[in-house]
Design a protein around this ligand. Structure first.
Ligand code: HEM
Length: 149
């Protein structure tokens, strides 16, 4: 089984990166939808449309992409299990990835509150939140590709 996985390594790495790209696309788009949601009239057509878009983005794209990024990432880790103690870049990468998991959970919680007609946090909060995934992606990709330490 492990030999077969090892032969498939390039495919697993490609599927890992593709999954991460879909996940990150959603992580950068959802806070933007929340900015528009903050501006929408309560009970209006715009609010109804945004509630639907936010739910589909999270359930159909972001959560499945997060899970497949993790599954393929853990398989890739298994190929370097004997080196885990020495590849420090992976620990900094995983710290940035855990920040993404936290952000995903927070955005998911806020979706439920918006769907109930609430306006959680502030419009400025989501404008700032929009920038965080970009910073984390820069850290993660440099760690994964350059392996600086
Ligand atoms: C969800 C948890 C994640 C785990 C456990 C994980 C783990 C890994 C591992 C072990 C590798 C292989 C490193 C190697 O052998 O060279 C890898 C490669 C990579 N990861 Fe992740 N990763 C995760 C999330 C992410 C995310 C969120 C991104 C992007 C935002 C990402 C981007 C990449 C890239 C671009 C590579 C390819 C590096 C190369 O081919 O040189 N990973 N990942």
């Amino acid at each position: 089984m492990f030999n077969l996985l090892a032969q498939l390594e390039p495919w697993i790495r490609a599927l890992h990166i593709i999954s991460a790209m879909f996940w990150m696309a959603g992580m950068m788009y959802l806070p933007r939808l929340y900015v528009y949601h903050w501006q929408a009239v309560k009970g209006g057509e715009m609010e109804k449309a945004l509630i639907g878009q936010e739910q589909r983005l999270l359930k159909i794209i972001m959560t499945p992409a997060m899970i497949s990024t993790l599954i393929f990432g853990l398989i890739l880790i298994s190929f370097r299990a004997d080196q885990l103690a020495v590849i420090s870049w992976l620990w900094l990468k995983l710290a940035a990835v855990f920040a993404l998991f936290w952000l995903h959970g927070s955005l998911s919680q806020d979706r439920k509150r918006f769907a109930k007609g609430e306006r959680p946090r502030s419009e400025k909060h989501y404008r700032l939140l929009n920038e965080i995934p970009a910073v984390l992606i820069i850290i993660i990709v440099i760690m994964a590709v350059v392996e600086p330490f």
